[in-house]
Design a protein around this ligand. Structure first.
Ligand SMILES: [Zn+2]
Length: 426
């Protein structure tokens, strides 16, 4: 008689590496997971493209799958050895279905994989099963499954098993890496995913916002996509994240129940158009940034992150983050408006420069007739320095020059304002 509850216990929590998938408590994370996954309830089904059988999350699995050795179709995730599916002998039995290593010797069921390797595998599975449970709340009527390349069974894999979401004809493949990614690893996973699921399958790479390996914060940026200024987090993408974006994959970060979708931020300097003067106070306004979206393009110096509730993914079968993309389009419109505004100010600046020069020339006879003053009023200090020094700030409404001519000039009726464009006259 096999006692199913004793021999295949999972490693203790304390054996998990420091990069365990357990999220910090302050992220608002909620999970239906009550305990770490028990390896005895998980197996790779090599006759079903490496799908991972989870006896706990699919209670009917043990009833519909062949029990026993089943021609070696069940493999241990940690050691790769063949497993035996054991199930209750009757409906009244209290026996908990489980997988057991196929060993000739009777007695305790022991996995020969090193303890650290088993703990690492279990930490990966914990991460993926947590994402599985989160998505199941978002898309409850959807088929979710974990899948791994059967050839990797029992080996140390670089990327945890992928989470496959099927909604009708649409397939979304989600990865959640924990270790550093090499270009070769990323390229291989992209290629195998396209081979297996087709090029129409959406490929998402979900990084943990609190994972220092995969999230390099780079401050914040104030943006104004609509009528209100909001703050976006900026990150420096890793080479792997740039590689993924270039390859057409969707990169995002997960923070509790919020996804952070990136756009690209590129530094730019306006080229000078005829009639513009970007000197002096306008110089800092010549520098700005431009957005690339819906995916960050090559050359982006930083990525801005648009938050979107995970729940919003359930609204579209293809998981397209439409809410975040709409915000990015609004940011692009704001950028265009910002450039129009700044160029207008640069033209006005040029006009003021011309007038200042003209005021130093000999005063025409008709001007002398209305004023004998030789006082030259200071050039209106109209340029809004505060916003110019923060290139990320949205455009502000153009302000008229408020400085009036000196009192003697007003007393003598000097109409210096006559030199200004009509709409600037006070
Ligand atoms: Zn094993």
């Amino acid at each position: 008689m096999i006692r199913p509850t004793d021999t295949a216990r999972s490693p203790r929590t304390s054996t998990l590496p420091r990069t365990s998938a357990r999220p910090p408590a302050d992220t608002g994370y909620r999970s239906t997971r009550s305990e770490l996954p028990r390896m005895g309830q998980l197996a790779v089904d090599i006759t079903n493209q490496g799908q991972i059988i989870d006896l706990r999350r699919t209670p009917d699995a043990h009833a519909r799958l062949p029990h026993g050795r089943a021609d070696g179709r069940y493999r241990c995730l940690a050691c790769g050895h063949r497993l035996i599916l054991q199930r209750p002998s009757s409906t009244n039995s209290r026996f908990t279905p489980r997988f057991r290593h196929h060993t000739p010797a009777s007695g305790a069921d022991r996995c020969p994989a090193p303890a650290q390797h088993r703990a690492d595998i279990q930490a990966d599975l914990t991460t993926m099963l947590a994402l599985h449970d989160q998505l199941l709340r978002v898309v409850p009527q959807t088929a979710l499954s974990l899948r791994i390349d059967p050839d990797l069974t029992g080996q140390r894999w670089e990327i945890p098993p992928a989470l496959i979401v099927r909604r009708g004809e649409q397939i979304v493949v989600l990865e959640r890496p924990r270790r550093l990614l090499t270009p070769e690893t990323v390229a291989h996973r992209i290629t195998t995913t396209r081979t297996e699921h087709g090029t129409k399958a959406a490929h998402w790479w979900v990084f943990d916002r609190d994972d220092p390996l995969h999230c390099d914060p780079a401050g914040t940026i104030n943006v104004r996509p609509y009528d209100q200024t909001i703050t976006h987090t900026k990150v420096r993408p890793t080479p792997a994240q740039r590689q993924l974006a270039t390859a057409g994959a969707t990169v995002c970060w997960l923070a509790g129940d919020t996804l952070l979708i990136p756009y690209g931020g590129h530094q730019r300097t306006y080229t000078t158009h005829p009639g513009e003067d970007w000197s002096g106070d306008m110089a800092s306004w010549k520098r700005d940034w431009t957005i690339s979206h819906p995916r960050p393009a090559d050359g982006a110096t930083w990525w801005g992150l648009v938050p979107q509730p995970l729940l919003a993914l359930g609204k579209r079968p293809d998981f397209r983050p439409a809410t975040a993309h709409t915000t990015m389009s609004a940011l692009q419109r704001a950028e265009q408006g910002r450039e129009r505004h700044r160029r207008r100010r640069a033209r006005e600046h040029a006009q003021l420069s011309i007038q200042a020069t003209a005021e130093q020339l000999p005063i025409p006879v008709d001007a002398v007739a209305i004023s004998e003053s030789t006082e030259v009023p200071a050039r209106p200090a109209s340029l809004p320095h505060a916003t110019a020094t923060v290139s990320s700030l949205p455009s502000l409404p153009a302000r008229r020059p408020r400085q009036r001519p000196s009192a003697p000039a007003r007393r003598r009726g000097f109409l210096w304002a006559a030199f200004l464009p009509r709409r600037w006259r006070l």
